[in-house]
Design a protein around this ligand. Structure first.
Ligand code: SF4
Length: 288
């Protein structure tokens, strides 16, 4: 088998979705779909949720270890792989090291309620066993927006979960969806999200522009006129307001979807002014 065929044999889909910061990690599929799967904007959780068996993971691991024998970091694939209970995660970390003894770090996607279901002691054990980072969708810091979007958690839940990760020393990367409040709640979304982010310690804030995927409840609501989507220029102004109100430290801020053409990236707080100037410039360009 060629390398391509070997890779194709260990993943369910032709395309795998890794966060940008995990592109160098060795992806190991441990689950399919999302255990929640009810966010109104989400097109991500097309697969019915299921966890792979240890046997299947081990089979894939044998192949992955041959393909990436020196990679020190493994990313567990699955929309919220951290839903797996702690005892099993620890077992899977050991299993990985049986075939890939060089692995030092693990990362994966998580929902905040996956964190909340674990005890502080379990999080410490997972950290000691190599859990380095989790990738979580914050989406918004505004409770009315989280509620309308059926995120299934409140901002208080999120704050509690992120603080548990802080105490355990587990890093986290968060995504924010710009435009999620529509035109009506744009200001609320920007201000409340900034306020929320100022109370946690993300390594990275990744802003994504809301995309209305056909087939999602939000898409249907927008077609019926019950959701007022924003233009890219309005979203840029929302992002400006969000960034203006951020006081986070030691954090990378990035946006890969603004105006579909540019990537904005800078460290906070050092490059905040530079980022704001870049947004002003892009805004003026868009108005021309
Ligand atoms: S938690 Fe994430 S993957 Fe699951 S439905 Fe919501 S947005 Fe989609």
């Amino acid at each position: 088998m060629t390398r391509e065929e070997l890779y194709a044999s260990i993943y369910t889909h032709d395309t795998i979705y890794l966060p940008p910061w995990e592109e160098q990690s060795a992806p190991l599929e441990v689950a399919l779909g999302c255990s929640w799967g009810k966010c109104r904007f989400c097109d991500f959780a097309k697969d019915t949720f299921s966890l792979h068996s240890d046997e299947k993971i081990e089979e894939n691991l044998k192949i992955l270890s041959k393909l990436q024998p020196e990679n020190p970091r493994v990313f567990f694939l699955g929309e919220n792989a951290f839903v797996i209970e702690s005892e099993r995660l620890l077992r899977l970390f050991s299993l990985v090291r049986t075939y890939m003894p060089q692995v030092k770090e693990f990362a994966m996607y998580s929902r905040i309620d996956d964190v909340l279901r674990k005890t502080p002691e379990e999080l410490e054990l997972l950290k000691k066993a190599g859990l380095s980072d989790l990738h979580l969708g914050l989406e918004s810091g505004s409770d009315p927006i989280l509620d309308v979007m059926n995120k299934g958690v409140t901002s208080a839940d999120m704050r509690k979960g992120f603080h548990m990760l802080d105490r355990a020393g587990i890093g986290y990367y968060v995504t924010v969806i710009l435009g999620l409040g529509g035109r009506t709640f744009s200001r609320l979304h920007a201000i409340e999200t900034a306020k929320f982010l100022n109370t946690i310690h993300p390594k990275d804030i990744w802003c994504l522009k809301l995309h209305l995927f056909p087939g999602t409840p939000l898409y249907r609501e927008s077609k019926r006129g019950h959701f007022d989507p924003m233009t890219p220029e309005e979203i840029l102004r929302e992002e400006y307001l969000l960034l203006e109100n951020l006081t986070v430290k030691d954090c990378l801020f990035e946006d890969t979807t603004v105006l579909n053409t540019y990537t904005l990236r800078g460290r906070l707080p050092e490059q905040k002014e530079e980022l704001l100037r870049a947004m002003e410039y892009l805004s003026q360009m868009a108005d021309k």
